[in-house]
Design a protein around this ligand. Sequence first.
Ligand SMILES: *Cc1c(COP(=O)(O)O)cnc(C)c1O
Length: 425
Amino acid sequence: MDDQMPAILGGKPLLKEKLPPPNNIGDEEVNAVTKVLRTGMLSGFLAMAGPQFLGGSEVRNFEDHFAEKFRVKYAVGMNSATTALEAAVGALGIGADDEVIVPPYTMCATATCVLTNNAIPVFADIDENTFNIDPKDVKRKITERTKAIIAVNLFGQPAALDELKKIADEHNLKLIEDNAQAPAAMFDGKFSGTIGDVGVFSLNRHKTMQSGEGGVLVTNDKRVALRAQLIRNHGEVVMDQMMEQDKNQQYEPLIGSNFRMTEPLAALSLEQLKKLDFLTEHRVALANYLTEQLAQFDFITPPFINPKATHVYYLYSMKFDAKKAGISRDAFVKAMQAENLPVSAGYIKPIYLYPIYQEKPHKCSGPFYYRKPEYPKGLCPVTERMYEKELITTDICRYPLTKDHIDLFIQGIKKIINAKSKLQQ
Ligand SMILES: *Cc1c(COP(=O)(O)O)cnc(C)c1O
């Protein structure tokens, strides 16, 4: 058979089969979890005043290491980044009738955490080079009801955190960083996730450090940390003791939930934290190699790197110029996928186009809100263009893949482009 024939036309695929899902779990994790399982103490939490309100020894040990690693005062372990985001919004006292500015090009929880706190997500468009929230559009979306900005450090690259912090300070807003995709990325010499008032990390199985499911909230503000701990563990039951113990803190009553981290999860997460630098260096090295190789194609733009930031390549993002390539993005991506190469088109649908925002916008506002939020198509044109036409992502830089995989990726691009006249729909 002709080796140059694209698999989508019946040729032999470059990779025999799809790459297996990531697995970075080793003996270290197995041993750490086994040790905890043998104690029989799988959670140290109790929802009552006293030391157990803050969880067991594994959770607290993990939190101490996490805070030390990222140079923050407080780390609060949770059972996901989704719940950590929900706690972050609640810990900042944001609720009904408040607006929070968020980007639409992100995992849904970035906006859902606003809704679950009965506040209103207001979408600001992204920057077409970094794909992160655009500070200029953030400014345009500020109203008297705006209370916070959530910046997502998307694909592993910090947002324009300096500009966003400045805007937040000028308008007396809080800055929350959804850092789920960018652990160990740096901005201006600091870890991303630690520059805003609150930062959130994810430990879900797709992320660079992973323990299946899990999340961490970080902050340097003692009161915010405490409120997050209250939200994590049914805070309403300890409010009376808290309020009595320390009158200066002026605790406002709040309700909590159950966002608690188990002991085995904390032990496992600590082992992953120890591997973070190694896993990150692996990604960065492969990404740099991929960027070098992509220079030969004028129709692919590799990630733009903000000179103040480092990129940790949770996903490697490319802009695809269909005119220059002579083939549509979607036809190109389908053909690459048929070669069993890991690539996808568009990333995520702009989240305001999900049915909850389109069909039930009244569900996206507090009961007494002065207007129904509107989320028309066209709201964030740059995001829609990236989603519909230009953006391609690949996770081919992850551990334990190698330069050989990158070489196959490049070979795949050449193979598809050489056959483009047969592929164009
Ligand atoms: C993965 C992710 C989340 C949610 O993380 P979970 O731990 O799965 O809840 C939130 N935001 C972004 C940007 C993510 O990539």
